[in-house]
Design a protein around this ligand. Structure first.
Ligand SMILES: C[S@@+](CC[C@H](N)C(=O)[O-])C[C@H]1O[C@@H](n2cnc3c(N)ncnc32)[C@H](O)[C@@H]1O
Length: 447
């Protein structure tokens, strides 16, 4: 790869001579591949027992692992069971730093396609709530799919800009992640298209946008709340400058010391991940806490964290479905939106006037007098929740055929079955005399 002189000049200014030549050398390194185990579905220990891939721990992520470049995990049925997500190693550092805690209300403002939302969800373990947002309508679809595949039940997926969000949600969030749109310099090794579009004008354009986003989103963070700002770029304009402009303008924030890992270049609340110092791509993160305190904020916070009434009865049609098909009786707050039944997260979030793509766990469609369970429902279940299941071994031809939406032969009880791979749900099917009518969604078909 021939790097543009203007880009190299900017890097030269940031590094010593020796560091700079190591940085250039890193462009000749082999590509680095990594995944993160989805602990909503399987513990790291269990995954390591069944993993068909040779894995090596990523130091800064408790559930992140490198795999060998010869492997193709996204083609494995476990990927389709949502047991892991392919995520670049450095990209795991912002959520590791933010460390959402069970019960937190978290905003992931620039979320698509969802790698970091999934990581936040693993930390929350379906407690609290995640508002996961992206401004791009086109990128909402993959975000929704990744959330469904991962079995996340406590997220609202929304499609707004920072102004709309701040207008609606004042001092609402315990934690905010701004994984900002950027010039992507840290990803040049991985994605040449980012490099082709790079120019100093782009750097300037993004730095303005980042400052605008940060300036506005401040109002949405609770007093005492934490914010991580991250990019996958090297330019000072988009990193140190953005966070320093923000800190100057908003005097009520302090930096939080960043967790130290070998190779991270840390100065107080700011960290840089350089590709010649760690096994991963380029990244930047800053961690800050809002510190000011006013009497009226307490009332605001209390109002915001109202719990939903948990005894809300499910619609009769779903009661019947549970009786006939499930061992578990789900209780919670149910809502029907456009003939689709959802179970909402336990913390009440007012989404009126907001463009919402998903509200919590999509259970299924109500079609005339029938309840048709959704793929998202299947992906959020455990095998024990369902009366009839068909287990397909991960090495079988049948599981691949199922994931390719083909009809297969399978022995089991007639009726609706949850289809499993080695005990982990992958979708629905109906058995009739040893033939499985495939209900795997065409849009999820394995390629
Ligand atoms: C670096 S990517 C996010 C990657 C994502 N966090 C992940 O881990 O998969 C930046 C995202 O910001 C979105 N974006 C750009 N401007 C935005 C804005 N003003 N508000 C919200 N999202 C924005 C882009 O559409 C893009 O999907």
């Amino acid at each position: 790869m021939k790097l543009k002189e203007e880009f190299l000049e900017k890097i030269r200014k940031q590094l010593s001579k020796e560091e700079y030549s190591k940085f250039l050398e890193s462009y000749k390194d082999e590509k680095i591949s990594s995944l993160r185990v989805n602990t909503l579905k399987i513990s790291v220990e269990e995954f390591l027992k069944i993993s068909p891939f040779k894995l090596k721990k990523i130091p800064w992520s408790e559930d992140g692992f490198y795999f060998e470049n010869s492997e193709r995990p996204s083609k494995h049925p476990y990927y389709h069971a949502g047991l892991f997500y392919i995520q670049e190693a450095s990209a795991m550092s912002p959520v590791n730093e933010l460390t959402p805690k069970k019960g937190d209300i978290v905003l992931d403002l620039c979320a698509a396609p969802g790698g970091k939302t999934l990581q936040i969800a693993s930390k929350l373990q379906n407690t609290g709530v995640i508002i996961t947002n992206d401004i791009s309508t086109g990128r909402i679809k993959p975000l929704v799919k990744n959330i469904e595949l991962a079995g996340i039940k406590n997220a609202y997926v929304i499609n707004e800009n920072q102004y709309k969000i701040t207008d609606k949600y004042k001092k609402k969030f315990d934690k905010i992640l701004i994984d900002a749109p950027c010039s992507g310099e840290g990803m040049f090794r991985k994605d040449e298209s980012m490099y082709k579009n790079w120019s100093t004008d782009e750097v300037e354009k993004y730095s303005k946008l980042q400052s605008e986003i940060m300036d506005v989103i401040d109002e949405s963070l609770k007093e005492g709340g934490e914010l991580v700002y991250s990019t996958c770029t090297f330019s000072i304009e988009e990193n140190e400058n953005t966070i320093n402009i923000f800190m100057k303008k908003h005097g009520d924030y302090n930096f939080i010391d960043i967790k130290q890992y070998e190779g991270f270049v840390i100065s107080g609340g700011i960290s840089r991940l350089w590709p010649h110092k760690i096994k991963g791509e380029g990244h930047f993160l800053a961690h800050v806490r809002k510190t000011s305190f006013h009497e009226h904020d307490i009332k605001e916070i209390e109002k915001n964290t109202n719990q939903l009434n948990l005894d809300n009865k499910p619609p009769e049609i779903f009661e019947k479905f549970m009786e006939n098909n499930l061992n578990t009786k789900f209780v919670g707050t149910f809502e029907i939106i456009n003939d689709r039944l959802y179970m909402l997260p336990k913390i009440k979030i007012d989404t009126s006037g907001i463009r919402v793509a998903r509200s919590g766990w999509l259970l299924g469609d109500i079609k005339k007098k029938r309840f048709v369970p959704s793929q998202a429902f299947a992906m959020g279940l455990r095998k024990e929740d369902v009366k009839r299941t068909i287990n397909l071994p991960s090495e079988s031809v049948e599981v691949i055929k199922y994931l390719k939406c083909e009809t297969i032969k399978a022995s089991g009880e007639d009726g609706l079955n949850l289809i499993l791979v080695d005990g982990y749900p992958i979708g629905w099917g109906k058995i009739n005399k040893n033939t499985l009518k495939n209900m795997y969604p065409a849009s999820w078909r394995m390629q």
